[in-house]
Design a protein around this ligand. Structure first.
Ligand code: GAR
Length: 210
């Protein structure tokens, strides 16, 4: 089985990136991060250790210039999978159509609910009882596209947005690497906007155990 070449796009902290790095460092996961690209040169995620290129694309560029630069880099790197991990820029069809079914994203809510920013605050103000995170293929819409995996957690009464963020982030750190692992094992496919997972029962058992 060939090695899955991954490019991770980040904007900040990079804790999901770290979780993916850890997974790729395991022999059992035939995947390799070949580059991390950020729209923020100061992103602390760019300081994480690993044998991959670290590329910052000037955030002051306008959208078209930014994406032309991004595409230039992606074309050179030729990844099999592009993981958005806290990448806070919305990609336009220019990128999406060139990398169709190769870009995935993690969002800290149970999509399609609570797309966009300030997720946890909005979850709490709506009095929602269950939240979680979602990994999905990226289409042209904001935080939209066919869902690959979700993990849920109870929203405890009186929890703060900060603590809910921390609780869900811990779940993200387990779910994202597992999904990357399944891609590396060629267990995830998409046809006509429908996601198929080989041995889905195993993934469901894993999610239950989180
Ligand atoms: C994560 O919680 C991720 O789900 C969220 O940003 C955070 C990044 O944290 N992504 C989005 O909200 C995308 N719409 P990290 O930089 O520590 O991985």
């Amino acid at each position: 089985m060939g090695i899955l070449k991954i490019v991770v796009l980040i904007s900040g902290r990079g804790s999901n990136l770290q979780a993916i790095i850890n997974k790729c460092n395991k022999k059992s996961t035939p995947a390799k991060i070949i580059a991390v690209i950020s729209n923020n040169a100061k992103a602390s995620g760019l300081k994480l250790k690993g044998k991959f290129d670290k590329i910052a694309i000037d955030n002051k560029l306008n959208k078209k210039e930014f994406e032309t630069e991004l595409q230039k880099n992606l074309k050179k790197l030729s990844p099999n999978l592009i993981c958005l991990a806290g990448f806070m820029k919305v990609l336009s069809p220019y990128i999406i159509k060139r990398w169709k079914n190769k870009i995935i994203n993690i969002h800290p809510s149970l999509l399609p609910s609570f797309k966009g920013l300030d997720t946890h605050k909005r979850v709490l103000s709506e009095g929602v009882k269950v939240s979680g995170c979602t990994i999905h293929f990226v289409d042209r819409s904001l935080d939209g596209g066919p869902i690959i995996a979700q993990a849920a957690t109870i929203v405890n009464k009186n929890i703060t947005a900060e603590n809910l963020m921390k609780k869900i982030l811990k779940i993200e750190h387990k779910l994202y690497p597992e999904v990357v692992h399944l891609f590396a094992k060629k267990k995830i496919t998409i046809k006509s906007n429908k996601v198929f997972i080989k041995d889905e029962k195993e993934l469901n058992a894993f999610i239950k155990s989180i």
